[in-house]
Design a protein around this ligand. Sequence first.
Ligand code: ZN
Ligand code: ZN
Length: 620
Amino acid sequence: MPVADEILQGLAWEPNQPPAGLPRQERLRRLRHSASHLMAQAVRELFPTVKLAIGPPIENGFYYDMDLPRSLTDEDLPEIEKRMRKIVARDPQFFRAELPRLRAVELFREWQQDYKLELLAGIPDANVSLYKQDRFIDLCAGPHVAQGGVCGHFKLLSVAGAYWRGDEKNPMLQRIYGTAWETAEELAEYLQYLEDSKSRDHRKLGLQLDLFSFHPWSAGCPFWHPRGLAVREELRRMWRETHKKAGYIEIMNPVLYRKELFETSGHWEHFQKDMFLVQDSADPEAAMALKPMNCPDTMLFYKTRQHSYRELPLRISQGQLLHRNEPMGALHGLMRARVFSQDDAHIYLHEDQIQEEIVRVLDLLKLIYSYFGLRYSITLSTKPEKAMGDPALWEKAEAGLRLALESLQLPYQVEAGGGAFYGPKIDVMVHDSMGRKWQCGTVQLDFNQPRRFELEFIDRDNTARTPVVIHRALFGSVERFLGILLEHYAGALPTWLAPVQAVVLPIAEGQEAYARQVVEEFEAAGLRTELGAADSKISYRIREAEMHKIPYMLVVGKREAENGTLSVRTYQEKDRGAMARSAVIEEMVSKTRQRTLDVTVKDYSSLFRTEAAATAEPHY
Ligand SMILES: [Zn+2]
Ligand SMILES: [Zn+2]
């Protein structure tokens, strides 16, 4: 009798029974892992000599790496899928068995499964586990579902080459990617999500909407087109208006500094390779650099005069361009560029003012995020092991942050020991409609820089004291925030933020004079309005305006020109019929002033929802 048969006869197969009440993420992980086994089974039906490598669940799906007698193409996927569906329809039971590792080696050697033998060689345990469904047996630590029938809502997505163990010196294997979900609705939504993500890429939208572009010679720095600049300016306008009300002042400092600034801040030592160094031809000794952040030079501004406790908190912002020498491979459109601006501000305050000031910062954050309809979550990071500064100050600061969050009833998570060495911080993650999280807002306390720069204020008792500084940003990088917004809204920005708020479209040349008059009237009301000259069919120009996601399309034909009205079509609501010009202006001005969120966006976040984590099970 072959060794394999003998070994298999000796195995005690137990039906696999997952514990009840698993959270969704864990159920999905098992379902996807099981789908990868079912896929391997289907592939083996087609290619009996297949050598299997690894087949894990991944985010939103699974893959299996295998060594096949020929290369697969996307055309092979329907056949594999068909066979998988047949297997799923039989609803096979998943079984689990344990055996000594050395017996497993004999088994997989006889089956000529070289990759499994390599995996076995790397397992330190005396026993290993096998899983099987039907007659398909795999070396696997699990975990899996009970019955394969639950894996029916799957789709194979692509094939790709993958080196065994990710090492180029190893043979190239073939990887089949798939996705699997608990319901047909979820699967359909995920497939739509994949389609949508392509068209929502902000780099693509940047070109489509004529907002910005890149050129290889600018090495990762964007060119802002008039329309893109209009959006930036609008964002900036909102930012200035809200911050002025909240008591912030704005300054403008240089962007180029001698190294002494960065030596004082510590960036020269720790951050130099991320900075662009600049040579002064008149003085080769004087090393200079473009600033990568606003913190150090804002300290210099603080030092331009004496300060009294009466001025604190002193809230200083600047929106200068920052440069960072990011590796070319890490660049990603506006999300990671080599030039950007931060909407940060530095608040200098007395340590007794921490809690009150944090409340004010978070209140402002709440207001600003509400204009975009963005959901967010908050993390509080506390004192790390290597911390500088007075422990009492740390305690006061952490308590201040906590009380501020609690008084605003903002739920938050604590990352114990996650703070910077110079102070605790609050990070704000924005949740977008694609189910992703982006770290945008940050509120960081700093006990270190004020000392390095020897900052002072004269306190109530006439003694000089060191202020605490808060570094805070709400958008983070303005460019990146814009990239996030573009993807979040699929390019259809709300009226107040849209680069072109209205386009006036005369049906024929005869109405161009009236159309021009309408454009002037709307522009005079402060609305960004363009004329879509009657040089082509009206249906074509409407389609073009929709491509540019312009919120208001104002069509004027003979009747409108005679009556002095507009035929209104909006990107969101489509045909609104004939309206008086004054009514349209009033509506648009009011939306702009109040920053009304007048867009609805397909939101995929529920697809990626997570529940509390279950106890992790080992897997290899
Ligand atoms: Zn497995
Ligand atoms: Zn800073």
